[in-house]
Design a protein around this ligand. Structure first.
Ligand SMILES: [Fe+2]
Length: 233
């Protein structure tokens, strides 16, 4: 996994560190070539936190509080795959997102939209022997972000994938098909390659959809190689 992270540095699917329409990259993009630090043994073999603490409600964001959150219940599932399409098993997948009104449960989020006492918006799951993860959640809302005039983020779910050690973490965002805000979103378009951008959009899947209960979306994460999912880091 750590080697996959290193290989990703040369991946063309990932967005450039500097993409001027995404304004905060102007200040934070590195101005000098990156230096790849060799990983130490402890970084490669140290434990990744949290595997033991995952419970059923960790991956069901609708069951983390006394009541059910408001919004459209959805299932998000998919595989974590390596560059040859082999499943990445027993790896930690984390997500975070807004509630259905487009507000994060975070003190820095002052968007004038209601908080939901039954929704925190954080989830964790381990991939199974097929590399498959599955979350139950509610569809996040769009939110304004002041990047430019009348700027709104399309509905999205942030994903983090951990490997076998602390040094191997990849972060990306999943979007929803047919969202009219995608066309205007500089973060989505900071992934320059059209095909790579499309890999950030989940597929609606009737096979995952549960009758009378929840819509289903499929989102596979490919860690490296030609079909790699674009990552932010
Ligand atoms: Fe976000």
């Amino acid at each position: 996994m750590a080697d996959q992270v290193a290989r990703r540095l040369a991946s063309r699917a990932d967005p450039d560190y500097l993409y001027e329409p995404y304004r905060s990259t102007i200040l934070r993009a590195p101005r000098k070539p990156l230096i790849l630090l060799p990983q130490t043994l402890s970084e490669r073999t140290g434990p990744v936190f949290g595997h033991d603490e995952i419970t059923e409600s960790s991956s069901d964001l609708t069951r983390q509080h006394a009541g059910e959150p408001l919004g459209e219940r959805i299932i998000v599932t998919g595989h974590v795959l390596d560059e040859r399409g082999r499943p990445v098993t027993n790896t930690l997948v984390e997500i975070w997102q807004t509630n259905s009104a487009g507000r994060y449960f975070h003190r820095k989020d002052q968007h004038h939209a209601p908080l939901d006492p039954n929704f925190t918006g954080g989830g964790r799951a381990l991939t199974d022997s097929n590399g498959c993860y599955r979350f139950v959640t509610i569809k996040p809302g769009a939110y304004p972000w002041q990047n430019h005039d009348n700027a709104w983020r399309p509905a999205h779910i942030h994903f983090s994938v951990f490997g076998a050690d602390f040094g191997s973490r990849l972060i990306t965002q999943m979007y929803f098909p047919g969202d009219p805000l995608l066309e205007f979103d500089p973060i989505f378009h900071s992934v320059r390659d059209e095909q790579a951008r499309q890999r950030l959009i989940a597929h609606f899947d009737l096979g995952v959809t549960r009758p009378e209960w929840a819509l289903g979306y499929r989102f596979d994460i490919v860690l490296s190689g030609r079909g790699a999912t674009p990552f932010e880091d």
